[in-house]
Design a binder for this molecule. Structure first.
Ligand code: AHR
Length: 327
């Protein structure tokens, strides 16, 4: 090889290295171009429900498929654990931070720290109530108000033309969380024009089966007449079904049940006539999240809000969907 050819080869290689170093958006020192694996720090709420397990699996599998290194942290339903995890991601200089906030408020300080470190933040599944929209680049997840509204609309239709009061008990999700706040308000809005619907008791079951059962047991003791249970998620509804059966009543008949999520176990209960309506909340957010991460790091503009598409199921529809249900 001539000296000139060798020099050209070296210069070409240097350009390639410099190009690689220069690519990628703002963020931690870890993500520096095509040869480098992007690193995402993800803080998950916990493992409180079947929905959450499916969501975690989706995120982990999609990261692997996309060739993204995922630093995964389980907060066990505690905000302080999420704040610690986010701070540790900042220290590790990850490329992007994504998280599903356990509650809506109290994030501004830590999100400001991420912003100061030039690490973009993507909210998945749940929102924060921060006034400063510059603290995160995008929010990917369901419209929880709409989900609550769908549950309420179903109830209104179901009892149309039927006289008499309808006593409703409500199992709320984690206090202060976006899905609990929004599913409650969406439902209240849908039934507010119909005074016959009375929410006679409403309490948190923390989105878990065990708490759902415990709170339903208390409702059954304190309420002389319960017509309907509205559960903010399927796990609480499934726990409540156990309580109702143990009290000698028939779930789905003596007490009608409307729930949210659409997980397999709930569809099985629907096929047995124990849940009357299930509003879908799709946990399979992994592929969309990884796509967003890549775009953000490439400096592309991304929508500030990406809503998940979802439906709702009658027992017949759930029974038909059950064999192919992924979660
Ligand atoms: O944020 C989504 C909600 O959180 C799901 O409805 C519930 O099952 C989960 O725990």
């Amino acid at each position: 090889m001539s000296k000139r050819a060798a020099a050209a080869l070296v210069a070409g290689a240097m350009v390639a290295v410099l190009t690689a170093c220069g690519s990628g958006g703002g963020g931690g020192s870890a993500g520096k171009g095509s040869g480098h694996k992007l690193v995402v720090g993800f803080s998950q709420v916990g493992a409180e429900s079947g929905w959450r397990t499916a969501n975690t699996k989706s995120i982990q599998e999609s990261a692997k498929k996309a060739g993204i290194e995922l630093k995964f942290s389980d907060a066990q339903q505690k905000q302080e654990n999420q704040i610690k995890a986010i701070r540790s991601f900042i220290q590790q200089k990850v490329d992007v931070i994504a998280f599903s906030p356990v509650v809506e408020s109290g994030w501004d300080t830590v999100l400001k720290e991420a912003k100061d470190a030039h690490i973009p933040v993507i909210l998945t599944d749940r929102a924060v109530d921060s006034k400063d929209e510059s603290l995160y680049v995008s929010f990917l997840g369901s419209d929880f108000v709409e989900e609550g509204k769908k549950a309420g609309d179903w109830l209104v239709k179901e009892y149309q033309g039927k006289p008499g009061d309808v006593n409703v008990v409500q199992l709320e999700g984690t206090t202060g969380s976006a899905p609990a706040n929004d599913r409650k308000s969406g439902f209240a809005d849908a039934v507010k024009g119909e005074p016959k619907f009375k929410v006679v008791a409403s309490q948190t079951g923390d989105f878990t089966r065990a708490k759902g059962k415990e709170v339903m047991q208390a409702f059954l003791k304190s309420q002389p007449k319960i017509d309907v249970l509205y559960a903010h998620n399927d796990d609480m509804a499934l726990g409540a079904i156990q309580a109702i059966e143990e009290a000698g009543k028939k779930p789905g008949a003596d007490i009608r049940i409307v729930s949210v999520d659409g997980v397999k176990d709930a569809f099985t209960a629907m096929s047995q006539g124990k849940i009357n309506y299930d509003v879908e909340c799709n946990p399979l957010l992994g592929d969309q999240l990884m796509d967003l991460v890549k775009k953000v790091k490439a400096g592309e503009s991304v929508p500030r809000r990406i809503k998940t598409e979802e439906g709702a199921f009658t027992p017949e529809q759930a029974t038909a969907a059950l064999p192919n249900r992924q979660y």
